[in-house]
Write a protein that binds this ligand. Structure first.
Ligand code: PMP
Length: 379
């Protein structure tokens, strides 16, 4: 049997500038390369407790039920839905791209009654149309994607939680590409459930998802009749994460290396502060957008104020495939941009400037090399 393992020999010149994972800092990589630690015991509870505190800061919440679970962002979305909604109950999923569609599918697989809505006009949802849908369908939960990395939309959320609560409906959001890169205030905005992941603007690595549940959401978790599958039981995990009075020493073996790396990434965010990090992402996004415009790219999201700051999708010029651009950029420069998903497959490329990669010189590098790639592809 022959096998080829591609090793990354030049870590300094390897750039993940797609929709994520993004590069992480040498400090985070060092934290990753420690020995695993024994599941029950002082060391693991210390790192768990620190990650929990740092997540509370990142999400801007006092929620006791704030924790990481061991699977990528998608697993966090699934855990959020199946721990709070019973089969046959009604939820609304506000779909503005691939990730909303995914959550609708997660709900249907659980035999939840999923009402999918799309915005009346291309762009973000208005609160009026969301309220109209809530009044009509009386859902137990509204799910909406904060940063739709498939289309590049940044959905405003401030005030939406209060609208949901008027109708006894929980607000759940996907913050996978916004945590640490775009303003998000879970408590002030009355968000009940937020799901994120480390590998984007939160500066960690894939393999975990970050979750926070408001007291209202926790009440629902305790009340649902259909219990989640064994591995997805948020209450069991909350006991390990000492979210409430109960404390269990063991549920499953956490990859402690990932927890250490997550802690380091979140610490970097704390040290920089959320507001500085978000301002920086916005400034760099604007620089990227102006450069892309000059290169002749067209945006899916026409209004700059509706655009996501961390991931920018743009249409491919006619007769140029993502595969060709990607091959040029990766083989020549180890620069990895993302492809389109779902209905945007082969139509767009997605550029992510986030987390450790949120740096001026990287924006310039992406623009320069893209220009070169376009010339090469047009030959
Ligand atoms: N939601 C959004 C907005 C995402 O960008 C992604 C990942 N690209 C996910 C969910 C899923 O995360 P994961 O790939 O870690 O499962």
């Amino acid at each position: 049997m022959s096998s080829e393992i591609t090793s990354i020999s030049d870590k300094e010149n390897y750039f993940l500038v797609g929709p994520g994972p993004a590069n992480c800092s040498p400090r985070v990589l060092t934290a990753l390369s420690s020995y695993p630690i024994l599941p029950p015991g002082y060391q693991i509870f210390k790192v768990i407790s620190e990650v929990k505190q740092l997540l509370k800061y990142a999400f801007q919440t006092q929620n006791d039920a704030t924790l990481a679970i061991q699977n990528s962002g998608t697993g966090g979305l699934e855990a959020a839905i199946i721990n709070t909604v019973d089969p046959k109950e009604v939820i609304i999923v506000a779909v503005n791209g691939y990730w909303g569609e995914r959550v609708a599918e997660i709900g249907r697989l659980r035999e939840i009654t999923v009402i999918e809505i799309v915005p009346k006009k291309p762009g973000v949802f208005t609160f009026e149309e969301l309220e109209e849908a809530i009044k009509k369908h009386k859902p137990v939960l509204l799910f909406i994607t904060h940063g739709e990395s498939s289309t590049g939309l940044l959905q405003p959320l401030k005030g939406l939680g209060n609208i949901c609560h008027k109708y006894n409906c929980l607000l759940a959001i996907d913050a996978v590409v916004t945590l640490g890169g775009c303003p998000l205030f879970v408590d002030d905005w009355s968000i009940d459930i937020a799901v994120s992941a480390p590998q984007k603007a939160a500066r960690g690595l894939p393999g975990l998802s970050y979750l926070t549940f408001s007291p209202k959401a926790v009440k629902r978790i305790r009340a649902i009749k259909t219990k989640p599958p064994f591995y997805y039981n948020i209450l069991k995990l909350c006991d390990v994460w000492k979210c409430f009075d109960q404390h269990s020493p063991y549920y499953y073996t956490f990859n402690s290396n990932l927890l250490y790396a997550a802690r380091e990434g979140l610490l970097e965010l704390l040290e920089e502060t959320l507001s500085v990090s978000c301002d920086k992402h916005k400034k760099l996004a604007k620089r990227l957008w102006s450069g892309l415009e000059k290169l002749g790219f067209e945006f899916i999201v026409k209004k700059p104020e509706d655009r996501l700051w961390t991931v920018t999708p743009v249409y491919l010029p006619p007769n140029i495939s993502w595969a060709k651009i990607n091959e040029y950029l990766t083989t020549k420069y180890q620069l990895f941009v993302g492809c389109g998903l779902g209905s945007y497959e082969n139509k767009i490329i997605r550029i992510g400037i986030m987390g450790y990669n949120a740096r001026d010189e990287l924006v310039q590098r992406v623009l320069d090399k893209l220009q070169e790639a376009l010339l090469y592809c047009q030959k």
